[in-house]
Design a protein around this ligand. Structure first.
Ligand code: ASP
Ligand code: MG
Length: 425
């Protein structure tokens, strides 16, 4: 039996009881004959609390120091977990990201992993230890400073280590039983997905599904590491994310026509009003946004009014970047040439994802029918080969998600969607 990498999120190790429960699970895997590397997140809402604290002493904390502070959260859980495992009579050693060989670029607060050199981890497990690794952190190759990978980055640590250690599987333990056809916190009839392809999972993650981060799935696809998302609170099989359909027992799992419905209420909409309808206008608006290092999502340009020759251009972006975008556009107002800006943070995005869309006509029509039956007004639309997304009023999102979920026959007859923990913060 080979090596497994297991990752436990903050809600799984929220308190001493949680840490002891996770320690037992890890020891179980070891007893079953696996070499085990466990990646942990900070306990409960520790990361948020540390950010709050930092903001109390400085409105814009220095990136380097914020990383130093936040990595302390994972250090606490890794050390406690190693102690709990030792208490069960097994050998464990904890390692910081830097000690585990997680090498990143030097961008503080959202560093990218550029290499993993897990020599110490390999040696530790070869000696018979269980290795515990602090998630979400690394060390910059250039500056040698400690970095963090961005919120939720422990999943990426786990997949990156699994790739470098050639693990059999990367198990992501969380507070739900796997990936669901919609967020179980919104759709109580959401169904657990047995298997989902990397492509569909990437679209769900990009559309706001929080169960796995986009970057983590991207990494897993690049190195072809199967991910098993499951609950640390139950013994159930979770969701397999991989390139090829997995056999479950003796039943061959089929690719679903529709994988699920994702939603996102973390975005805002900017409308640039009164833009002259001539070549180069969109280019200068989006150059301004790009120069401010802001990623945008959907874009729509209205038909221009014949009488004025002016048009409106709307786009969506993370709310956290709203201020920056407005400031950048205002600064270039003269050069770009527009009348005014409108900012709206009361929007939500609903996306339907499924590889079957490519070959099934009518999916778009059914999607819009479901929204209209629910009385939901659509403000923006965007599509990819395997996804349709719309922007609506934020207050309409829960109802819209439930309506689309039912319309595509995704509702489960049993209440299988259990949320075991976490504050959803
Ligand atoms: N503790 C970090 C966070 O809350 C990393 C993680 O949980 O994956 O974002
Ligand atoms: Mg966390």
């Amino acid at each position: 039996m080979g090596l497994v990498v297991q990752k436990y999120g903050g809600s799984s190790v929220a308190d001493a009881e949680g840490i002891k429960r996770v320690a037992k699970r890890i020891v179980e895997a070891k007893k079953n004959g696996h070499q085990v590397v466990a990646v942990v997140s900070a306990m409960g809402d520790t990361t948020d609390e540390l950010i709050d604290l930092a903001e109390q002493v400085s409105p814009i904390p220095a990136g380097r120091e914020l990383d130093m502070l936040l990595t302390a959260g994972e250090r606490i859980s890794m050390a406690l977990l190693a102690m709990a495992i030792k208490n069960l009579g097994h050998n464990a050693q904890s390692f910081t990201g830097s000690q585990a060989g997680v090498i990143t670029d030097s961008v503080h607060n959202k560093a990218r992993i550029i290499d993993v050199t897990p020599g110490r981890i390999k040696a530790s497990v070869d000696e018979g230890n269980i290795a515990i690794v602090a998630g979400f952190q690394g060390v910059s190759q250039d500056t040698k400073d400690i970095t963090t990978l961005g919120r939720g980055g422990s999943d990426t640590t786990a997949v990156a280590l699994a790739a470098a250690l050639e693990a059999e599987v990367c198990e992501i333990y969380t507070d739900v039983d796997g990936v669901f056809t919609a967020d179980p916190r919104v759709v109580s009839k959401a169904r657990k997905i047995d298997w989902i392809a990397f492509e569909d999972m990437l679209e769900l993650a990009a559309s706001g599904s929080k169960v796995l981060l986009h970057r983590c799935v991207e990494y897993a696809r690049r190195y072809n590491i199967p991910i098993h998302v499951r609950s640390s609170f139950s013994g159930l099989q979770g969701t397999w994310v991989s390139s090829e359909p997995m056999k479950q027992g003796d039943k061959q799992v089929e690719q679903a026509l529709i994988s699920g419905v994702a939603h996102d209420t973390s975005e805002a909409k900017v409308t640039v009003v009164g833009v002259p309808d001539k070549p180069g206008e969109a280019a200068s608006i989006f150059r301004t946004i790009a120069d401010a290092e802001i990623n945008i999502d959907m874009v729509v340009q209205n038909v221009s009014a014949a009488s004025t020759g002016l048009t409106d251009i709307s786009f969506t972006l993370p709310k956290t970047e709203g201020r920056k975008a407005i400031d950048a556009l205002e600064k270039n107002k003269g050069a770009i040439g527009f009348d005014s800006l409108r900012y709206d943070d009361q929007i939500g995005k609903i996306s339907l994802v499924g590889a079957g869309m490519k070959t099934n006509p009518g999916v778009t029509a059914d999607f819009f029918t479901a929204l209209s039956d629910a009385g939901v007004n659509i403000e923006l639309i965007s599509t990819s080969e395997i996804r349709i997304s719309v922007v609506t009023r934020k207050d309409d999102v829960p109802e819209a998600v439930r309506a689309v979920h039912s319309a595509f026959g995704l509702d489960s007859d049993s209440d299988e969607a259990v949320v075991y923990g976490g504050t959803g913060r």
